[in-house]
Design a protein around this ligand. Structure first.
Ligand code: UDP
Length: 331
């Protein structure tokens, strides 16, 4: 019997794809989510428990009921712009509530932790592609919260018996190629789903946040990674820990940057529709370029992204988008 994995935030975008991947590999899972941003119908595998990350008594009940051997943690707030405007929410949810989870894990002697960290922990790149040993100096509260948790994990690993992998995501995008789950944030803030909402006629236009950056076409450059490739890396990271490897951090990206304009062009080709975009002010907190090297994950985890191509990423997202009903208001 494979170890039972607690997937905190498993009703959300990335968590639901990881839960799917774990189930396919035969791992029993328990999804713990408050459904604030997640969706009950995205939990198609394993058990589900409704609860707050910040509530120790609810979390304790889960650990009492199941023999949880590993925890994967996706229950974070993820919008750079929002983190600039409301940092209190980000520190409370992404740092304080995560600390709560780690302490409950200690109570129950649960030692394996996979953490959703971020390329936002690097801040402004001194060179690209970014490697894991690049200095970490976030330029927005979202990135700060992810870095703080990385520091907590490192200290917990040294002092207690925790072993962890921090996965530094670049820009997760796309949807399950089988069409069972996809991205559904309310409100949506991420580039590719917003572009597709415009393509679908659900939104009049897209705002390009700044075209005066020091990048080839003036718009921000990001490294987009398919969410199913990302999910696969989590399972490999878990297996790496279970094989008694030391705690580590890995970048998960494709090493290829695309500007906002290039993503729009790609989406126009995929959808066959014109996508109206207007230039607006820069979004505070945005680094001009974030592109990562995943060489360490490829060599140490044996990770092999298979959906890396931007057209594939946008095509899977578009298929999911088209299969959806009208946008819901129930988050
Ligand atoms: N972006 C944009 N318009 C939007 C949403 C995003 O121009 O409506 C840009 C944003 O400034 C960033 C890139 O698209 O440079 C990716 O943003 P997203 O929020 O998807 O991910 P992030 O890079 O913040 O994690």
């Amino acid at each position: 019997m494979k170890p039972t994995v607690l997937v905190v935030g498993g009703a959300g975008y990335i968590g639901s794809h990881v839960n799917q991947g774990l189930a396919r590999r035969g791992y029993p899972t328990v999804v713990y989510d408050n459904l604030l941003n997640g969706h009950r119908e995205a939990v198609k595998w394993g058990d589900f428990a409704l609860g707050e990350l910040a509530d120790p008594s609810q979390l304790r009940l889960i650990f009492q009921h199941y023999r949880i051997e590993a925890v994967m943690h996706f229950a974070g707030l993820t919008s750079v712009g929002e983190s600039m405007a409301a940092p209190d929410k980000y520190y409370a949810n992404n740092v304080a509530a995560t600390l709560n989870l780690l302490n409950i894990m200690r109570e129950f002697d649960c030692r394996y932790f996979i953490f959703s960290s971020s390329a936002a922990t690097y801040g402004l790149p001194l060179s690209v592609p970014l490697a894991e040993d690049h200095r970490q100096a976030p330029v927005n509260p979202y990135g700060q919260t992810k870095l703080m948790v990385e520091r907590i994990l490192s200290d917990f690993a040294a002092a207690y018996q925790l072993r962890y992998v921090a996965l530094r995501y670049f820009n997760a995008a796309g949807a399950d190629p089988g069409g069972e789950i996809g991205e559904d944030h309310q409100p949506e803030t991420h580039l590719i789903p917003i572009i597709l909402e415009v393509a679908a006629g659900r939104r009049a236009a897209l705002s390009i946040f700044g075209d005066d950056y020091d990048t080839p076409d003036g718009t921000c450059v990001r490294d987009y990674i398919h969410v199913s490739d990302l999910a696969e890396a989590h399972i490999l990271a878990l297996e790496y820990l279970l094989q008694n490897q030391a705690s580590a951090a890995f970048n998960l990206g494709n090493g290829q940057g695309y500007s906002v304009r290039e993503v729009i062009e790609c989406a126009e080709k995929v959808t066959g529709r014109a996508i109206r975009a207007v230039i607006s002010a820069r979004r505070p907190g945005d680094p001009p370029i974030l592109v990562g090297s995943a060489a360490r994950a490829i060599s140490e985890l044996g990770w092999q992204p298979s959906l890396a191509d931007l057209t594939t990423i946008v095509t899977t997202a578009w298929r999911w988008h088209q299969g959806r009903k009208a946008p819901r208001n129930d988050s």
